[in-house]
Design a protein around this ligand. Structure first.
Ligand SMILES: [Zn+2]
Length: 221
């Protein structure tokens, strides 16, 4: 059964495009997930973690999920108001494994891509690693982290991206309070990137924050 969308959020029109219904990855997707439910849950997780109200979120008119054969896992394209999430059905086949694990992975990927549909990016100047880190922070907080992620593998820079930056953001959220990452996203709404944003958020410079984070990880083992 399709979920009832939460009235707190303005939902985009959700649709699905499948160029080749005969692909086995398409079959798996449709066996495991109801597309409307899956996309609605991804929108809800994204908006809940990035915004405190729909008034602060960008208005995205439509999101199209394209299930097609392609290299890689997934990506998001489109204009500011009309987005397309392309998900590789070859990847779904390659992934394999128990149904629940595949469903969990697909929901994780969809949620990550949905964040790209709604997040602010300092007018396109936000470091790519932070864009990916925020997407995986939402994935982590939606309980959709893949089994191989670990906060113990610390990279050599804060904007290494994906789960590496996500765990740094998670640490900031724990240390400086719930909503810190939401504020970080909000600060990138209509201005260009400047790492001073971290100072505004926490009172500390980014370099210092990273040093404390790495130090904590080293001593936590
Ligand atoms: Zn991404």
């Amino acid at each position: 059964m399709a979920p009832t969308p939460s009235p707190a959020w303005v939902y985009p029109t959700l649709s699905l495009r499948i160029p080749d219904l005969a692909h086995p990855g398409v079959h798996t997707f449709l066996q495991l997930l109801d597309p409307h439910t899956a996309l609605t849950l991804a929108v809800e997780a994204t908006l809940t973690h990035l915004y405190d109200s729909s008034a602060n979120a960008p208005v995205v008119g439509s999101v199209v999920l394209v299930l097609r054969s392609m290299d890689g896992v997934a990506h998001t394209t489109g204009s500011e108001t009309h987005k397309e999430i392309h998900l590789s059905v070859d990847y779904i086949v390659k992934k394999g494994g128990p149904a629940e694990a595949v469903r969990h992975e697909i929901m994780g990927v969809l949620t990550h891509e949905m964040v790209h549909c709604f997040q602010y990016n300092a007018r396109g100047t936000c470091p790519g690693g932070l864009v990916e880190g925020i997407a995986d922070f939402v994935r982590l907080h939606a309980d959709l982290a893949p089994p191989h992620w670990s906060p113990d593998s610390v990279p050599d820079k804060w904007d290494a991206g994906y789960e590496h930056t996500a765990y740094f953001l998670d640490w900031l959220e724990n240390r400086y309070g719930q909503g810190t990452v939401q504020e970080l996203n909000g600060l990138m709404k209509d201005r260009e990137w400047d790492e001073q944003i971290f100072k505004e958020l926490t009172g500390r410079k980014l370099g210092k924050l990273w040093k404390i984070y790495v130090g904590n990880r080293d001593s936590a083992v």
